[in-house]
Design a protein around this ligand. Sequence first.
Ligand code: URA
Length: 214
Amino acid sequence: MSAASKPADGRDGDINPDQRPASLDDCRRCGLWRNATQAVGGEGGRRATIMLVGEQPGDKEDLAGLPFVGPAGALLDKALAQAGVDRRDVYVTNAVKHFKWQLRGKRRMHKSPAQVEIRACSYWLDQELDDVGPRVIVALGATALGAVMQDAKQTLKAAMGKVLKRGNSRVLATFHPSFALRSPSHESRDAAYQAIVQALARARRLADRPDANP
Ligand code: URA
């Protein structure tokens, strides 16, 4: 197996929970750095009142070094605009900061992160949450929800429509934008997209008027 196609899933003992790296570029807390171009940190102001959390960077994000700049990012931008949320007012990040992939033909295809990798990377998400202190966190998909709530057993189905809490932040859960892109029918794609828009609009209302009933 070539180095490029070697699976980087941390099962080879590549987990170093005691490492406390000063920067993302130095992070060796799990093995995903080996096959990634670079770490992709969060983007946005420290004073953002809304934080969006995705799963992990994709192929485009890995190359650009920025979160949500590929197809899922384009759908997210469209949903943000429709929900009346300016992306410049939002902090956007991922539960896992390195792209995990497997080769299919010549393409690097997304591979879901393992729980040990998500836990290792919570070191960074926790710091981002402390630094930004968002009023509202929107978890995009099940991986993000588990990471934000520090509970891998949380299900998207049970959480959607509810207002959860993490510290002083309220937490809303919705579909991952990639789910809205890949759903099999036009109807299911549209329903997922509308659910994302609704969650973002609710996040805006909650962030603007934290004491109001959303
Ligand atoms: N999917 C994610 O979860 N995050 C990104 O940054 C891009 C795609």
